[in-house]
Design a protein around this ligand. Sequence first.
Ligand SMILES: C[S@@+](CC[C@H](N)C(=O)[O-])C[C@H]1O[C@@H](n2cnc3c(N)ncnc32)[C@H](O)[C@@H]1O
Length: 247
Amino acid sequence: MSTGKSGGKTGGKPAGARDMRVKVKKAGKLKHSSQLWLERQLNDPYVKRAREMGYRSRAAFKLEEMDDRYKFLKSGQRLVDLGCAPGGWCQIAAKRIGLEQGKGYIVGIDLLAVDPIPGVDLIQMDFMADEAPALLTERLGGRADGVMSDMAANTTGHKKTDHLKIIALAEAAVEFTHDVLAPGGFFLAKLFQGGESAELLAMLKRDFTTVRNVKPAASRADSSELYVLATGYRRKNTEDSGRDEAE
Ligand SMILES: C[S@@+](CC[C@H](N)C(=O)[O-])C[C@H]1O[C@@H](n2cnc3c(N)ncnc32)[C@H](O)[C@@H]1O
């Protein structure tokens, strides 16, 4: 397993960013944590850059940067985006697979409503709902070339609980991936550093040619957020294996 630190200092600035910190005065009923959040947003060069470039989230830069480095997004791919709101990853992926030129397909799912993105098929639903995997599979109408998950459950502030919640989401994403991914496909998911990831990573190493941990520069340095990128899917899909056994 290699840890791909994609260039530069993690949580650094995008090219061309200037220093001019904004401080938020304690206003009325604003809680201290909200004040800090607002201050961080106002001073975050990626937030500013995302606004300038018309990206819906600073997360867009994470996908852009990971793909610049590992080149897993390709023209004409069929992709699933789990936890897609507000749509930054969909925007980047759409450009890179040529969606506006009629190439490829993206289906995204989120608990939250997402404003339409040209060509992207959007579903508002809990991915953990029993019917979600079947609905996504039906919309895909065939194998996927990549499954991406940036899903993050609301944090409780309790580190261990938060880690277990994100692992549960990632495990469900892996299970779904086994049902839909085409041979050679990729899986990209958000994880957080912590003990429980080891088993998940071992599972992925069995089924993919290459498994990497990636911390893009746009991922805040003070966060334990980490992505796992698995490429070269080599396991037979559950559906196909079942068919083989029956034959
Ligand atoms: C960090 S945001 C994703 C940002 C997105 N990649 C972008 O570029 O705009 C995480 C998303 O995961 C979604 N999410 C968390 N749990 C989910 C679940 N069980 N089903 C569907 N979406 C979920 C949240 O609603 C949230 O919008």
